[in-house]
Design a protein around this ligand. Structure first.
Ligand code: NAD
Length: 352
């Protein structure tokens, strides 16, 4: 199988065989890895669609939830692959959100030193972000995504109609990454989200299709130019440095996209303080976050603790924090010269 960073966006699973047949000689075996929710919602349909094209279609079910994103869960899948004698011509399909995608992708990267993986993302976050770009892995000893590998999927196929069944808070969490993507790369997309916010909130099919299409394209373009995060890919961390620190300080009880919302508000504040953004632009960013229920103020946190976690974020360059700021709506840049005082002001601006 060849690898392509660019996702296929459709509004059903029916065109999946067409996309797969372009990549691989059919007839091999496929393991659909889902979680305890996506297996119920989609696994049967996907298995039926794939059945005529593979010699065997198997399903493996992880327990749903970030707390299960660990080596033990990955081992369960590896054991199943071994017991079925999967070989290098066989493949795994990750059917679910970012948790399934990260674990199934990681299992595919290490099983027999690497077998192909197909990503079938079913959350908004996974469709525009986590399924694209080949980062896989698990949480380890309290550290998020600490153990993993780069393993580019052979295909990313997003069925946007899957978003309809997402619980509300998961939808809003995905909107955190949507707003981030627009902010860092596409001013017109940002304005379109502002204009069409009611339709987005109502999850109108056409608008979701456009939103996933444009956001996933932006991510794929960045990854294609910088697959191993040597430079530009760092821009995708907009809102994530303080966002991750908030997530950790909240003991991972707050959804990722919500923490990104707070991180975006902090980055916007710091960008406005440096004179890049006007107060009006800062207001547009926080208004849009609020509209999609993303907290721009977080309660019950100790600023010193958030500061400490921010400084210990993985994305550091030689001990100095690499921070993504917003030059204007639709353009971000990263810098190593953010001072401790600026960082603290950014953090304080989002703590209630
Ligand atoms: N690899 C990357 O580049 C990357 C990037 C961003 C985030 N991530 C990772 O992604 C994970 C978060 O992903 P997520 O937000 O998709 O969470 P998730 O995978 O936990 O999914 C959220 C919940 O929604 C359920 N679900 C999934 N699809 C559904 C659907 N269509 N209808 C109803 N319920 C559905 C899941 O079972 C789960 O309970 C984190 O672990 C994060 O570290 C990875």
């Amino acid at each position: 199988m060849t690898n392509s960073v660019f996702p296929v966006i459709r509004d059903s699973f029916y065109e999946l065989p067409g996309s797969i047949s372009k990549l691989a000689p059919l007839g091999h075996r496929i393991m659909i890895a889902a979680d305890s929710n996506t297996s119920v919602l989609f696994a049967k349909e996907v298995a039926q669609i794939l059945m005529p094209y593979f010699s065997e279609v198997h399903t493996y079910v992880f327990e749903a939830g970030e707390e299960h994103k660990n080596l033990r869960s990955v081992e369960g899948l590896l054991r199943e692959l071994i017991s079925l004698h999967f070989d290098r011509k066989d493949c795994i399909a990750a059917l679910g959100g970012g948790v399934v995608g990260d674990m199934a992708g990681f299992a595919a990267s290490i099983y027999l030193r690497g077998i192909p993986v197909i990503q079938l993302p079913t959350t908004l976050l996974a469709q525009i972000d986590s399924s694209i770009g080949g980062k896989t892995g698990v949480d380890y000893e309290g550290f998020k995504n600490m153990v993993g590998a780069f393993h580019m999927p052979s295909l990313v196929y997003a069925n946007t109609s899957a978003i309809q069944s997402l619980p509300e808070e998961q939808f809003f969490s995905g909107m955190g990454e949507v707003i981030k993507t627009a902010l860092l790369a596409d001013a017109r997309l940002f304005s379109a989200i502002e204009r069409k916010r009611l339709e987005i909130l109502a999850r109108k099919e056409g608008i979701l299709y456009d939103l996933v299409g444009r956001c996933s394209e932006i991510k794929a373009e960045i990854v294609e130019r910088d697959p191993k995060e040597k430079g530009e890919r760092a821009l995708l961390n907009l809102g994530h440095t303080i966002g991750h620190a908030v997530e950790k300080a909240k003991n991972f009880t707050m959804l990722h996209g919500y923490c990104v919302g707070a991180g975006l508000a902090a980055a916007a504040r710091m960008s406005a303080d440096r004179g890049y953004l006007t107060e009006e632009e800062f207001g547009r960013i926080t208004d849009l976050c609020r509209y999609f229920r993303l907290p721009v103020k977080v309660e019950g946190l100790d600023p010193e603790e958030v500061f400490r976690y921010t400084k210990s974020d993985k994305k550091m360059a030689g001990g100095q924090i690499r921070f993504v700021l917003i030059r204007r709506i639709g353009e971000a840049f990263y810098t190593d010269d953010v001072t401790d005082e600026e960082l603290m002001r950014g953090i304080l601006s989002v703590l209630a």
